[in-house]
Design a protein around this ligand. Structure first.
Ligand code: NAG
Length: 148
C-alpha cells in the first residue's frame, strides 16, 4: 500500500503545482488558437521559449524593476510602456490595465504581445528572448504537443 499512497500524494502535489503555471503544451494550444503561429515571422517555439525564460510559464508572475516599473504575466510585459498599473508613469501603449495581463484566459496578454512584437525589433524587444532563444534550435519546445 505505501506505493499507492505515494502515487496519490504525487498527483496531489502535481495539481497544486499546476495551479499557477500553465503547462507547455496547453500554452502552445492557446497561442495557436490566437494565431501566434508564424505571427510576424515567429514560431510557436519562439513564443514558448520567450514565455519560459520570462516567467517559467507562471501566468500570475509580477516582478518589480529597478526603475520602479513592474513586469506582468507570462511574457513579463512592462508597465512603463505597455500597460497601466495606476502607480507609475506609463505610456500604456496596449491600452490595458496591467492586472488584466494576469488573466488565466491569456487573451489580454496575447493581444498586447502582438502589439509589442509588431514593433521595430520584433521579439528582440524582450531581452531574455534575445539572450536565450534567438538563433538557437527551438523546435524541441513543441515536442509532444498536439495542437488539433
Ligand atoms: C507565480 O508568480 C506569483 C507572483 O509573482 C508568485 O507569488 C507565485 O509564487 C509564482 N508561482 C510559482 C509556481 O512560482
Amino acid at each position: 500500500m505505501p506505493g499507492l499512497l505515494l502515487v496519490s500524494l504525487a498527483s496531489c502535489l502535481l495539481a497544486i503545482k499546476q495551479a499557477s503555471p500553465i503547462s507547455r503544451c496547453d500554452l502552445a494550444k492557446v497561442l495557436h488558437e490566437e494565431d501566434l503561429d508564424g505571427f510576424e515571422g515567429y514560431s510557436l517555439s519562439d513564443w514558448l521559449c520567450l514565455a519560459f525564460t520570462e516567467s517559467a510559464f507562471n501566468i500570475t508572475k509580477v516582478d518589480e524593476n529597478t526603475d520602479g516599473s513592474f513586469d506582468y504575466g507570462i511574457f513579463q510585459i512592462n508597465s512603463h510602456y505597455w500597460c497601466n498599473d495606476y502607480q507609475s508613469h506609463t505610456e500604456n501603449i496596449c491600452h490595458v490595465d496591467c492586472q488584466e495581463l494576469l488573466s488565466p484566459n491569456l487573451l489580454s496578454i496575447i493581444n498586447c504581445a502582438k502589439k509589442i512584437v509588431s514593433r521595430a525589433g520584433g521579439m528582440k524587444n524582450w531581452v531574455k528572448w534575445r539572450l536565450h532563444c534567438e538563433g538557437r534550435p527551438l523546435s524541441y519546445w513543441m515536442t509532444g504537443c498536439h495542437l488539433g
